[in-house]
Design a protein around this ligand. Structure first.
Ligand code: FEO
Length: 387
């Protein structure tokens, strides 16, 4: 396997995971890449490693350029094992390398996982002279773990951004302009929604610290490297991290015997009837990681469940549990659902929507048995009343 040149004497040496379909519950339908970079200077430096299981791919790509024993530094941007998992393996092949990590969380995390290795901890503003290039370290805590940091090389104007700006997207292209931009942007949004939505404030701080940097290349830890659409991905991160919403709606539901489904259709049509684009998600057919990607930027959220054994349906509970963990902001929401007798699910859904941080803008819509045409018209009128 060969390294890919991204600049004179700088190479992508990562791994492509074509088959990965779940990243701790986030459904990754397009796989991922674990990006690592090799800088050939007076001091030879590897930025990040790859997930355990892909270490031979990393090693072969490095060996296509240099004997790994000559590597002087391994920068560990992030302790999560998709980036650090091959540090022990690479340490064996790079016995002279010092492992650069953040102070104190990176040092603590790597030591806990991999024991005592030749670590050097760095903090905000610390620099490392490689020869003709310098590396400058910028902590980005909670993007994605407390230890996370990014590395900037001013001479090359490259930001090695690790998780930030990444996408779980396996392709044979390495650069944004070699690929279909709408797909890349969608995967970047999905990545942000599922991995970083909870950390919007920290993302804002990180964007502020990176704001003064002159960046020509964002060398991400996953997916494609940004070189043509840097302005676009930075603007998207501004929007997503501020949770700036679009006048759009998302209707999410599960149904047992189609009554809640009929309500969901009436609600979706009510939004559309007022010119508000609405996406409609049956939880039997859609994964919650795709739905939260859409929720990230949609103003309205309607969630429906029939009552099953005095509860909401487990699929709806699972979606709301996942959404609550991501702490969405600024959404206007309401609950709906059908029932045969008790009807407890609708209030339970509403409580969860409140716990998610949503503003409840419509009294919960309860429907006994099967909605008639008149019931559906009444539901649509209620929904249009909030618009
Ligand atoms: Fe790509 Fe948080 O690891």
């Amino acid at each position: 396997m060969q390294a890919v040149k991204i600049r004179e004497n700088i190479y992508w040496v990562g791994a492509i995971d074509w088959s990965m379909r779940s990243f701790h519950g986030y459904e990754t339908g397009r796989g991922s890449t674990y990006n690592a970079y090799l800088i050939m200077d007076e001091k030879i430096t590897l930025i990040d490693t790859v997930k355990h299981g892909f270490e031979e791919e990393l090693l072969q790509r490095v060996q296509s350029i240099v004997n790994p024993a000559k590597i002087d530094y391994i920068v560990s941007s992030h302790v999560e094992p998709d980036h650090s998992g091959s540090i022990p393996f690479m340490h064996e092949h790079c016995p002279n390398a010092t492992i650069i990590t953040s102070q104190p969380q990176g040092l603590k995390g790597l030591t806990a996982r991999y024991g005592e290795l030749p670590y050097q901890a760095v903090k905000a503003g610390d620099t490392l002279k490689l020869g003709s290039r310098t590396l400058s370290f910028v902590p980005t805590p909670m993007l994605h773990w407390p230890d996370s940091m990014v590395t900037y090389c001013p001479e090359e104007k490259i930001l090695f951004s690790n998780d930030a700006f990444g996408q779980h997207y396996a392709t044979s292209s390495r650069f944004d302009d070699e690929n279909d931009l709408p797909v890349t942007m969608h995967e970047a949004q999905k990545y942000y929604a599922n991995i970083l939505m909870l950390y919007g404030q920290q993302a804002q701080k990180a964007l502020a610290s990176l704001g003064g940097l002159d960046i020509d290349l964002i060398a991400t830890g996953h997916g494609l490297i940004w070189r043509k659409y840097i302005k676009e991905i930075l603007a998207s991160y501004q929007k997503w991290s501020k949770q700036e919403l679009e006048e759009r709606a998302v209707v999410v539901f599960d149904s047992m015997w189609h009554s809640t489904e009929l309500m969901a259709r009436a609600i979706a049509e009510a939004f559309e009837g007022k010119g508000i684009r609405c996406n409609y998600y049956d939880l039997k057919a859609n994964h919650y990681s795709d739905i939260v990607t859409d929720v990230l930027t949609a103003r309205y959220l309607a969630v429906g469940s029939p009552t099953l054994n005095n509860q909401m349906m487990p699929t709806v509970a699972s979606f709301l549990c996942y959404l609550k963990g991501l702490a969405p902001k600024n959404h206007k929401a309401f609950a709906f659902g059908s029932y045969g007798w008790g009807g407890q699910s609708i209030a339970l859904v509403e409580e969860e929507l409140k716990a998610c941080g949503c503003e409840i803008v419509l009294e919960k819509i309860r429907q006994a048995n099967v909605p008639t045409e008149a019931d559906l018209r009444a539901i649509a009128e209620k929904v249009q009343g909030i618009l």
